[in-house]
Unconditional design. Sequence first.
Length: 522
Amino acid sequence: MRDIVQVIVGGVIRVPASGGAVSIGGEAPAISVYAEGDNQVISVGAAPYYLTGKIGVIGDSQGTGQYQSPGAGIVDLLETAFPNAEFTNYCVVNYNSRRLMPDGNNAYVDTAHNITKALSDGNKVIIVCDTSNDSDSTNPAGGLVPLSEWQDNLLTMQEAALGSGARILFISTFPRAQLSSGGQQQQKDMAEFQLRTFPNNLVYAYTALGNPANSNQLRPQYNYGDNIHLNDPGAAALAQLIIAKMTEMFVTEPGKRISIPIQKADTANGPWSDTAIITDTTDNNLIVSQDNKFYRGRIKYAGGYVSPWSATVQGLSGNTPAPDPELQVAGFRFSLSNTDTISGFLNVTGGGLDPNNYSRVWTHPSGVTLTHLVTDGTTATQKWGAQFVPGNAGNDSGETTNDGGGILPAAGAQVGAFFNNGATTPGYQFILKGIPGASYEVDVYGSLNSGFGLDADPMVVSFTGKTPIEFNAVGSTSRKATFTGITADGTGVIGSYSVAPKAGQSQFGMNNALVVRQVEIS
């Protein structure tokens, strides 16, 4: 089940997408809910659209990578540009189109490196790097391939790919000085044929790689030194052309959004029913009444791909009781709970926060008296409740990050929960919930807001069933208290923690970040 969020409408909560690239497609979209007058807005954010998972590259030595430095070959650069795709390189030195043809086509076909092999391996995109060996009269596979045969061979490969439900992308010919004059002319003629015949699936490289002073030669800066092969800069230049075309063919156009179906349910687990379809490609918002229902959305793309369902979000109207409101992020839930009345305040700094990259939840737990003293700079000051950054994940240096599905604050924003020590410890407690019976480790980072100019050290962190830990934060985000050997109970409660300055110190302390790790017990 995906992340579930409950939030009192009046603030904004944004749920980070989860999931990863699949065979064709991408991730679940993010979803958010916020108030607009007496209504609420369900907003589904764009989800990344990735290339198909398997891409095969067939062809000649220009694609093998052996004439470039390690990691600088064309396929290496494509793998870097499209990390969600799985590339297989079938290229072999000296290969021409005869070698790449479907099984049984001619005596020179290599069934281990041809288009039939690439398709049978499950590749849904075939890149053909057949750049010049057909024009070489000394090639071992029958010498020079007549232009008409070469053209027919490419058309046959295209038919084979399309017949198997795959897409095909050709790399055009480019200059090769180490050829006869007839071979050099054939290179030009073939490039012109490719431009006419494959306008939508061709990487045209003849002009970009050719020497303006001599159209039969590579540009000097791209020449490996043998007047045939590309060096590192040449491979990089060609790779950029391929990346641009692949992005156009398999990301930009197919990845254009055509609609956003939205479903709602009475409970977080459904049953779900279709409630609306957003067809305006310039708008991703659905305005509904504050009905306390659960909502989720997904995105349909022009290429036929439909994303996974987003996380589930529920907007609670301001007059709806919300005992133990909680946020589930990265496998654990973050809850506010308190049994005592607290005078003073719970507060979060918020100047310049980016609402597109920042999550916040507004809560007013039953029995807790709070005074809200701050606006976050992006929304109107709330008339009730407290402001807290829920599920604010941190990395091992205590920096607030989106590691593990947490929340990414705007660059330079000062983030953390400030505690007033006017209440008796444990004061405000934060309950962590996870998987019943699972084992966890918890890091609690504390830091003093240097802007106060106050001494809040040492910080005291208390955790259920554990000895309290003291440490000096001294304004550093890297200081932390680590609690180990924690097992969630049958309801999933990992435990509760609180952070406060030690008695006698300043009344201001800070909980900067939280890291919760599920651990395996051997």
